[in-house]
Design a binder for this molecule. Structure first.
Ligand code: GDP
Length: 426
């Protein structure tokens, strides 16, 4: 019996989708517990290539129950569209359960996201404009709408009217827009309710039962440790906790149910959006790494934006693993580095006053850091056909051992390509 949180140790885009898809084969449940449609998990399998934004990454396994837990920002239209795409590509209809308590991203959350980014102009956070920050703001301000509310017209109208009282003041006086009438949204929201009804459940009761029966459960995170609002690079963070500590809360399980915390770590660094990124490369070095990274270059799975890239950052990764409470590491994208004779790695930071640190700094100190690099021997060959630890060249094994030592966490999986079979257990 295991409950495993699959989380990112870096800035996101570490390859959690691939790892979840692979590990789902031995699990009964895959649960999304936070975040919304603002990031995509890329999965390549016998059905094709997918960038799942709302669906849990267990949907390609007919025996797996996929749960959207109360902590998620549910984008109903994205969910329904993704289900259609699966059907079009011949994926057997997945088993989906959506928490009655999960809150829904409303059309005006997207509008507020866009208006605020426009208002901020050059100071914007590079939001994906999927409404996530306005959604979570409303949730904690007690202005949100739960999925179960979509089935009750009276309650829905009351809740919407209450929320719109303050939303409309902002719309008119901060953004110079027309106010929104609750009545104009009701038909669409009731329609969402009708379409969601077959999936709505008390998923907390469902998961507690599965846990009590000793079934294996994966808790799938979105984004990475450094985007956590409490422990990450605030304010360049996301709006829900990306940490394994939040996984049982957002999913609906007891905290002590989680047995394993698998931190997905990338063999180099990538970061989408704004914020401090100490190891960032530019020029030809960056272009080459970006071109060779991931399954088709390092470009955002949702936005298509080029990702910022850099060498492996031991300072940030050790911190990321620590705040995740990682019990094991899945190291991904090792194959990408096969073109290098020498592989630079960042082992410490130099602060503005010249002090050297291996602790991850906060605020202004982080903004002004410079990376201090060391160089590992490259293996200079293609790893994508390796299938066991012994197949890996000695230099690649040494690189994995270095990451293990730098992170203080054992590396149990090494991924050497985007496909399911390109994975080495250790
Ligand atoms: P996630 O959000 O953590 O699931 O990560 P993304 O899907 O946004 O980005 C990870 C990228 O790396 C995707 O393009 C994956 O197909 C790709 N990927 C995952 N593992 C590997 C690997 O071991 N090697 C290579 N080359 N690509 C990988």
């Amino acid at each position: 019996m295991t409950v495993t949180a699959i989380v990112g140790a870096n800035w996101g885009d570490e390859g959690k989708g691939k790892m979840t898809d692979v590990l789902a084969a031995g699990s009964s449940y895959v649960v999304r517990y936070q975040g919304g449609s603002n990031a995509g998990h890329t999965i390549i399998n016998e059905y094709g290539k997918f960038a799942l934004q709302m669906l849990p990454s267990g949907v390609f396994h007919p025996g797996v129950s996929n749960v959207i837990g109360p902590g998620v920002a549910l984008d109903v239209e994205t969910l329904l569209r993704e289900l259609e795409v699966l059907q079009e590509k011949g994926v057997p209809a997945p088993r989906i359960f959506v928490s009655e308590r999960v809150q829904v991203v409303l059309p005006y959350h997207r509008l507020f996201d866009q208006l605020e980014e426009e208002r901020l102009g050059a100071r914007s956070f590079g939001s994906t404009r999927r409404g996530i920050a306005p959604f979570y703001s409303d949730k904690y301000a007690k202005l949100g709408i739960q999925a179960g509310d979509l089935l009750n017209r009276d309650r829905l109208e009351r809740r919407l009217q209450h929320a719109l009282e303050s939303k409309n003041i902002l719309l008119q006086h901060l953004y110079g827009q027309e106010p929104i009438q609750a009545a104009s949204l009701i038909p669409q929201l009731l329609d969402w309710g009708t379409k969601l009804r077959p999936y709505l459940r008390d998923t907390t009761a469902l998961l507690h039962k599965a846990w009590a029966n000793g079934e294996s459960i994966l808790l799938e995170s979105q984004l990475g440790a450094l985007r956590d609002p409490d422990h990450g690079i605030y304010p360049h963070s996301t709006s829900s906790s990306t940490l394994a500590g939040f996984a049982p809360v957002g999913a609906g399980l007891p905290p002590y149910a989680v047995t394993n915390i698998l931190a997905v770590v990338k063999a180099y660094s990538s970061c989408v959006g704004a914020g401090p990124f100490v190891v960032e490369l530019d020029g030809e070095q960056a272009d080459e790494l970006r071109r060779r990274g991931g399954d088709a270059g390092e470009y955002g799975a949702v936005t298509g934006r080029p990702r910022r890239v850099g060498w492996f950052d031991a300072v940030a990764t050790r911190y990321g693993c620590r705040i995740q409470g990682a019990t094991a590491i899945a190291l991904t994208n090792l194959d990408v580095l096969g073109y290098l004779e020498k592989i630079p790695v960042c082992t410490s930071y130099e602060l503005a006053d010249g002090t050297v640190t291996d602790a991850f700094p906060v605020g202004a100190a982080l903004d002004d850091c410079k990376p201090r690099l060391e160089y590992m021997d490259g293996w200079h060959c293609d790893l994508s056909d390796c299938r066991s630890w012994d197949d890996l060249p000695a230099a690649a094994q040494r690189y994995v051992a270095f990451i293990e030592e730098a992170s203080h966490v054992p590396v149990t999986h090494v991924s050497i390509g985007p496909r399911r079979e390109q994975l080495i257990g250790r």
